[in-house]
Design a protein around this ligand. Structure first.
Ligand SMILES: [Zn+2]
Length: 461
């Protein structure tokens, strides 16, 4: 057993209690007691203890939209249109990945996520060429909790544009479907349940309605989740209207992409009727405010979704679209961007945003009974923030300080399932220096193989 004491605990429990001078007792990977420090001191006087004085503790952050392979191509496509961004840079680089590149990029990404307080994530579309096995092994070794959604597709284009997709990124229906099931058989539940395998079908335009329906049926049979990008840009909405005469949520419902086991990503171009469908079907949404802003995709109607009762979680998206995987930074965006759009400072208060990054994320991956809050009986996944810094001083309110002022660099300790994975800001399960060195070397080699030359807009001497 370990007692973590004297911290400010932002529990996100049912009563949303914040416990000052609080303590948590952790045994066999789970919380066995959470209370004021003096109470736990009387109950467990002789157990080993860790002092969290002057620190804020939150549940582990849950990043519901990640592309692991894009960490190594961070910043590869700055200030570009989405179709050029994808067709001329992102897919060309990713289409030149080897399995070793896929593994190295996953290591870089997970290293960054752990250091910035993410304890669980959803990888949305692992392609065959990134090497599923190698990435699953990285997840297990690192100590993080993951949903790895494997790509499924049967059309090698993006929406109405022909031949945009790099040949290295195209997979056929049989292989992509069969191998998703094979990876589910092999890895789902590994690492004491830390790793789970889902379907990650491509966006409408990359998958036929028939294949979506088949995925939906298989997911029900196998109790699997599905995550899919939907209505990210206006062109996605127009495409569905022209091709199928449906709005994004109508289409999703028609092909079986709704329900508590479905996590729709972006959902920017959704109207009131779409939102009503998501609410009625209990479909989850991953909100990616930074990616949507950077790629000029738009601002998702998140306050409207929350008002309608939709479960909305938070995600960063990938290296070229964000460019970091720092959930703490993105909480601030999720709070501010909607105030600017609605001209209403009361929408998206800090508490709502922290819920999105924790308990809503847990619900979005079907784990709200296991993670997402500091509660007795749950897995001991938590993050400790060091507040002894100028930009966090003074801190009257723990939650607004985190959302409005902190960044992932303020994370001091991360514990996942009772295992200390980050201590004093250092990841204990990975060789940080080796991961960075290898990512730099492999990134340079991928650019070279892809035949893309880096052309900065300002003269570089
Ligand atoms: Zn994405």
């Amino acid at each position: 057993m370990m007692i973590y004491e004297h911290g400010t605990l932002v529990t996100v429990d049912a009563q949303r209690r914040v416990i000052t001078d609080g303590a948590m007792a952790v045994e066999n990977g789970r919380f066995v007691a959470i209370d004021k420090s003096h109470v736990l001191h009387e109950r467990f006087p002789n157990e080993p203890r860790t002092d969290l004085k002057g620190r804020i503790v939150t549940p582990g952050l849950i990043n519901t939209h990640v592309h692991l392979a894009q960490a190594m191509i961070r910043g590869c496509a700055e200030d570009m249109e989405l179709l050029d961004w994808l067709g001329k840079r992102v897919w060309v680089l990713q289409g030149n990945y080897t399995e070793e590149d896929g593994r190295a990029s996953a290591e870089l990404c997970i290293l960054e996520m752990l250091k910035s307080g993410t304890t669980a994530f959803v990888e949305s579309m692992l392609a065959e060429r990134y090497g599923f096995d190698g990435i699953a092994e990285v997840v297990l070794r690192s100590g993080i909790r993951a949903v790895l959604a494997k790509i499924v597709m049967d059309i090698g284009t993006y929406a109405t544009k022909d031949s945009w997709m790099h040949p290295g990124m195209i997979e056929d229906r049989e292989t992509s479907l069969r191998n998703t099931l094979a990876m589910h058989d092999k890895w789902n539940g590994a690492g004491n349940g830390r790793l789970r395998v889902w379907f990650g079908p491509r966006t409408p335009g990359g998958v036929t309605p028939e294949l979506y329906r088949e995925i939906s049926a298989l997911a029900r049979q196998r109790n699997m989740g599905i995550t899919v990008h939907l209505a990210e840009v206006q062109a996605d909405r127009l495409f569905l209207q022209e091709k199928y005469g449906k709005t994004p949520a109508q289409f999703a419902e028609d092909v079986g992409l709704v329900g508590p086991n479905v996590l729709l990503v972006h959902a920017v171009w959704m109207d009131e009727d779409d939102i009503a469908i998501l609410a009625r079907t209990q479909t989850n949404v991953s909100h990616n405010p930074v990616s949507n802003a950077k790629l000029a995709s738009g601002i998702a109607p998140i306050p409207e979704m929350l008002a309608a009762g939709v479960n909305v979680a938070l995600g960063t998206d990938g290296g070229p679209s964000n460019n970091t995987y720092d959930m703490v930074r993105d909480m601030r965006w999720a709070s501010y961007i909607h105030k600017a759009r609605t001209l209403n400072p009361l929408v998206m208060p800090a508490e709502t945003v922290l819920e999105m990054a924790t308990i809503h994320g847990a619900k979005a991956i079907g784990l709200e009974k296991e993670i997402g809050s500091l509660e007795v009986g749950k897995q001991a996944d938590f993050v400790v923030f060091d507040l002894d810094k100028p930009h966090l001083t003074p801190h009257m309110d723990a939650v607004s300080t985190l959302v409005s002022a902190a960044t992932g660099a303020d994370v001091d300790m991360v514990v996942i399932g009772g295992q200390v994975v980050v201590r004093d800001g250092h990841v204990l399960t990975m060789d940080e220096e080796r991961v960075l060195r290898e990512a730099r070397e492999r990134a340079a080699a991928v650019w070279k193989r892809a035949g893309i030359e880096w052309k900065p807009r300002w003269p570089v001497l």
